[in-house]
Ligand binder design. Sequence first.
Ligand SMILES: C[C@@]1(CC(=O)O)c2cc3[nH]c(cc4nc(cc5[nH]c(cc(n2)[C@H]1CCC(=O)O)[C@@](C)(CC(=O)O)[C@@H]5CCC(=O)O)C(CC(=O)O)=C4CCC(=O)O)c(CCC(=O)O)c3CC(=O)O
Ligand SMILES: NC(=O)C1=CN([C@@H]2O[C@H](COP(=O)(O)OP(=O)(O)OC[C@H]3O[C@@H](n4cnc5c(N)ncnc54)[C@H](O)[C@@H]3O)[C@@H](O)[C@H]2O)C=CC1
Length: 214
Amino acid sequence: MNATPVILNLINTKSIIIGGGAVAEKRARTLVEEGSQVKVISPGVTTGIKTMAVNKDLIWIRKSFSEKDLIGAFIVVIATNNATVNEEVLSAAKDHPLVNFTSDGERGNLQFPSLLTKGRLKIAISTGGASPKLAALIKKDLEKKYDDRYEQYIDFLYECRQFIKCSSWEQEVKSKLLSRLLDEEFLNVEKQKEMSRVLQQAVEGGAELERTYQ
Ligand SMILES: C[C@@]1(CC(=O)O)c2cc3[nH]c(cc4nc(cc5[nH]c(cc(n2)[C@H]1CCC(=O)O)[C@@](C)(CC(=O)O)[C@@H]5CCC(=O)O)C(CC(=O)O)=C4CCC(=O)O)c(CCC(=O)O)c3CC(=O)O
Ligand SMILES: NC(=O)C1=CN([C@@H]2O[C@H](COP(=O)(O)OP(=O)(O)OC[C@H]3O[C@@H](n4cnc5c(N)ncnc54)[C@H](O)[C@@H]3O)[C@@H](O)[C@H]2O)C=CC1
């Protein structure tokens, strides 16, 4: 299968999920988390979806699918347990930008990978429909290396890079410094604080960088 992983900004987009079972709930959680406005169309839903509706994280419309439910949707998730209904939704969704067909991934143009998130760090794993269980296993493996320390570390890298970008240092110094930040020692919060201080002083005071940090 030919497919390209991309990073999508879903804030304020409209997502319509047809079906309210376990798979619909997984998609709902991901889409709500990413800031999409989610509507679930289904006569019945899981308690998880019910709770999200009560908390106003999403809107649940308690009914069976009809074509006009898709109006305005950027993302359509097709997740009922009825193959005929799923086919009907698929053909009604043909002009919508992104379609996730959960019962046969390749028939839509949007798939959901296994996702490892540590703050700004996101690692998406797809096996192209070969083995979702392998994707989950790979995620578990990666979690051992990219542990909770990475959440803060990635924020630290982001902050440092903003300082470095707006400094007036030579390109070569900037590049060296950006590489230097990848040293394992900076997973340590104290080291991060020290480096942030030095960078801030150097950028704001227009001072030279201490040799040790180049
Ligand atoms: C195309 C895709 C869907 C999409 O993009 O919507 C898809 C499709 C299908 N999955 C099926 C079954 C299972 N899926 C899982 C689990 C996960 N499935 C996920 C993604 C994807 N699954 C996308 C491709 C990703 C890729 O290519 O790697 C994960 C990674 C993320 C997530 O779902 O959020 C999440 C685990 C990771 C995590 O937790 O991190 C399990 C295991 C379990 O539940 O424990 C089973 C049962 C075991 C088995 O069947 O292997 C079936 C058959 C349905 C049927 O028989 O009716 C289809 C339909 C088909 O075959 O196309
Ligand atoms: N992508 C993935 O990871 C996986 C995908 N699947 C596929 O996802 C689909 C859904 O699986 P589950 O959530 O486990 O099913 P489920 O049986 O838990 O839920 C199905 C939902 O569809 C709703 N529904 C039925 N007819 C409807 C209609 N006409 N209009 C609107 N909603 C309707 C039901 O009320 C129910 O909420 C299945 O087709 C299955 O093949 C299954 C497992 C994993």
